[in-house]
Write a protein that binds this ligand. Sequence first.
Ligand SMILES: [Zn+2]
Length: 81
Amino acid sequence: MPGRPLPCSPDAVAKHLRDLGHLHHFDFDLYRCEECGKAWVWAWSEYGSDWEEVTEEDAAKMETIPEPELRPFMKVWGQDF
Ligand SMILES: [Zn+2]
């Protein structure tokens, strides 16, 4: 469980959906808020960690994309960090 409350619902439990791998010095994990249903990406790095906004469209891709396509997808998604 990430060390910060969800920005959408601070008291809610974040349900872990998928390990999105390590890219651009971050470990990315996909979560969903059990209170309002919003998807979030937890971006962990040794320099700092936080919740990142993710669109429902991207979250759906992150959840369902086959493993070989996940890394290239995350590389593009995470390039602006
Ligand atoms: Zn929420």
